[in-house]
Design a binder for this molecule. Structure first.
Ligand code: CP
Length: 304
């Protein structure tokens, strides 16, 4: 039995196979419409979500399976003090596979250790968000035609952003990638990441102004300043609108640069950018369904 806790749980070759499958699903969804007949996915979400939970549920429904679960810890027996370990032992009696989001880092891993079914980390605190990373990689591979040989700017909350941490970890396995980290000093990417890049001789720069690097970028990965990760409201209010990507800033970018965002956005991308062909964040959410379909099939060991 296999779980997904971290994007690195899959080798580069396994990811290639997963993305090939996702692209086949995209081209011919009818072929997979009954691949999970009789199977059930449990979504155990102890933290709010729109995309991850609903795209997992859409993925299983698209495959002919069924879904059950909870979207709020308060409506589960966690509110009565039940542990994640006990909950997953129960869920293992009800479902064939489980996607779990939890505010505590490592909680899905604790669940995986006691689980009788595959567990997918659907985001744990500020730690990892592997299925968002699979979504990001599939989007880049599908729209750029490659995973490598580019300069990627990651902008916004690089300190608490689990999507950013997961994506950097995944991208360092590809060749000729240069990172530009764009953040205020308070939201800098953690030292353990820059130390790891230095150790591996992977080029990176840290800048504060988005305008200073826009013409260099092949990919711009915008992120939200996450209110829920701040300890005080004052710091959040001071930093929340630090970056706002608008048409004027985007005019300095390459014609084929892609703007990605894991979403939800708040103010960091002006809605006037949405119609620009370089803005691919809504397409990215659609790729999230295909890749989660491919992941469910892979972890259930269903021939495809
Ligand atoms: N990208 C993402 O994780 O969105 P949700 O929080 O809505 O699931």
């Amino acid at each position: 039995m296999r779980h997904l806790m971290n994007p690195l749980d899959f080798s580069v070759e396994e990811l290639d196979r997963l993305f090939d499958l996702a692209n086949r699903i995209e081209k011919d969804p009818a072929r997979y419409a009954h691949a999970c007949d009789g199977k059930k996915l449990a979504t155990c979400f102890y933290e709010p979500s729109t995309r991850t939970r609903l795209s997992f549920e859409a993925a299983m429904l698209n495959l002919g399976g069924q879904v059950l679960g909870f979207s709020d810890a308060a409506s589960s027996s966690a509110a009565k003090g039940e542990s994640v370990s006990d909950t997953i032992r129960i869920i293992s009696c009800y479902a064939d596979i489980c996607a779990m989001r939890h505010p505590k880092e490592g909680a899905p891993m604790v669940a995986a250790e006691r689980s009788g079914i595959p567990v997918i980390n659907a985001g744990d605190g500020g730690h990892q968000h592997p299925t968002q990373t699979l979504t990001d990689l599939l989007t880049i591979r599908s729209l750029k035609g490659r995973l490598g040989s580019f300069t990627i700017g990651l902008c916004g909350d690089l300190k608490f952003g689990r999507t950013v941490h997961s994506l950097i970890n995944a991208l360092i396995r590809y060749t000729d990638i240069r990172f530009i980290f764009i953040s205020p000093a308070e939201l800098k990417v953690p030292d353990y990441i820059t130390d790891m890049l230095t150790e591996k001789n992977i080029p990176y720069e840290e800048v504060i102004r988005l305008e200073d690097c826009m013409p260099d970028l092949d990919l711009l990965y915008m992120t939200r300043v996450q209110k829920e990760r701040f300890f005080n409201e004052e710091d959040y209010v001071r930093l929340k609108d630090f970056y706002i990507l608008d048409k004027t800033k985007l005019s300095a970018a390459k014609g084929d640069m892609l703007v990605l965002h894991p979403l939800p956005r708040v103010n960091e991308i002006s809605v006037e950018v949405d119609d620009d062909p370089r803005a691919v964040y809504f397409k990215q959410a659609q790729y999230g369904v295909y890749v989660r379909m491919a992941l469910i099939l892979t972890l259930l060991g269903i021939e495809n």
